[in-house]
Design a binder for this molecule. Sequence first.
Ligand code: THG
Length: 479
Amino acid sequence: MQKSYYTQVCGLIEGGVDLLCVETCQDILQTKSALFAIQNYFEEKKTKIPVIVSVTVESIGTMLMGTEISAALTSIEPYDIVDVFGINCATGPKEMEESVRYLSNNSPKKNFVMPNAGIPENIGGIAHYQLSPNEMEHWMKHFVFNFGVNLIGGCCGTTPNHIEKLVQIANEVSQNKTIKEKILSRKYFFPSSCSSIYSSQTFKVEPSPILIGERCNANGSKKFRELLLKDDYDGIVQIGKEQIKSGTHILDICVAYVGRDEANDMKEIMQRFNTQVSIPLMIDSTEVNVIEIALKNYGGKAIVNSINLEDGENRVGKILTLCKKYGASVVALTIDEDGMAKTFQKKFEIAKRIRDIAVEKYNLQEENLIFDTLTFTLGSGDEEFRKSAIETIEAIYLIKKKFPKCSTSLGISNISFGLNENTRNVLNSVFLHYAIEKGLDMAIVHASKIMPLYQIDEVGKELSKKLIFDERKFETIEN
Ligand code: THG
C-alpha cells in the first residue's frame, strides 16, 4: 500500500497540488501507510507541503473497524508532517458533534470537518442527502465559532449551495479579528498516551498505576513459550485476552527465543494482536529489525521496550529513529556503558543523558519517554544488592521531579526472582505499593497476582517492608 501511495504522492505533488489530503480513512493502519509514503517523499525530495488526515466516523461514533476518535488521534498525532486532523464523510454534521467536540478539546493539530449533507437515505437504490444548505450552515457555524474548527468542507451530497454557505462562514471569520484570534488560541489538553486501533490509554491513571501485562513473554512465561514453540499464535492471543480480563491496561510482547525467527514471530503476533486485542501493546525486543516489523504491522501507537546506553548511542539512535518514524513512545532503561546503574544518582544521570539525546537529537517529545529505573532481585541475599529497591524508587522520585512530562515504569516481578511463588506475590505487591508512593506511573506485572495491601497479612507486609527498605536487624544475645 505504501508503494501505491508513494506513486500517487509523486504524481500529485509533481502535478502541482498545494496540499495533500489523506481522507475518508477507514483503517488507521492504512492511514499510516499513506503517511509513510508522504514522509519518504518529503525526505527524499527535501520538500514539504501541508498534509491533512481525515478519518471517517460512522453514526455509532467510531470508525468502521471500531476505532474511537481518541485512538485515531493518538495514533496520528506523533506525525509531524500532519498539519491538520479531522473527520469527513459517513454522516452529516449533527452526528459528528461529539467527535468534533473531542478534537476541539484535545487535538494539538488544526481541526478539520467535512460532513455529508446528512446521512444518506437509500431511495430506490440511490443515495439521497436531505440536509439543506441552511441546516449545514447552522451546524458549521457552531463548529467554527464554538469549537474553534480551523478548516471546513462539504463531502457527499453537498451542492454548490451548501459550499456557498461555508464560504460565507469563512469570510465572516477572516473579517472578524476577535473570532479569528479565539479560533487560533483554542486551548487543548492532549495527555501522553498510547493506543490500540480501538482505544487510547493515557500514561497517567487515578489511582496509579498503569498495569502492563507481563505474560506474553517467551522468557517470562512457560505457557507462552510452549504455545510459541507450537506456532500456536491463536493460543497466544488468548493469553493476551486473559490479561485484559484481570485489569491490564497495556500488553508487553516479547517473542525472543533462542533458535526461533523472532522477526517472523513478532509479525505473526502483531498482525493478530492489531485487530484481536483491544488494548495497546508494548513491543519488548532488543532487535532493531524486530521492533520495526512490529511497528509496521501495528495501527495503534505502541510503546517500544526498550532502549539503553549499554552499547553507547548508536543503537539508541536507530531505535529512536524508528519511534519517530512510526509514532511510538519508548521505555528507556537506566543502563550505560558501565552496566546497570545501582545508585539513584547514577540512574538519574543515565535517564538525563537519554532524555537529552532523545529530545535534542531525535526530536522526540518528552511525553513519549518512559524511564525504567530497574531493580535487582532482593531474593538472592547478595550484600551488594540490599539497597536495590531503595535506589530504584528514589530514582523514580527524582526523575518525576526533574522531568515531570516523562513517565516512569518498572518490571515489578524482577524484585522477587529466586523466591517461592507466594512470597513473590506478596513482595511484588508491597514493592509496587511503595514505588507508587514515589511516583511510579506504570508497572509490568502479572496483574491477577497483585494484591491490594489490605489483603496481605501483617507479617507479610512487615517482612516485605523490611526487605525493601533494608531494615535488617541482627538478633543479639543479651549478657
Ligand atoms: N523492565 C522492562 N521490561 C521488562 C522487564 C523490566 N521486560 C521483561 C521483564 N522485565 C518483565 N516481565 C516479566 C515476565 C515474567 C516474569 C518476570 C518479569 C516472571 N516469570 C516467572 C519466572 O520467571 O519465575 C515464570 C512464571 C511462568 O512460567 O509462568 O517472574 O524490568 N522495561
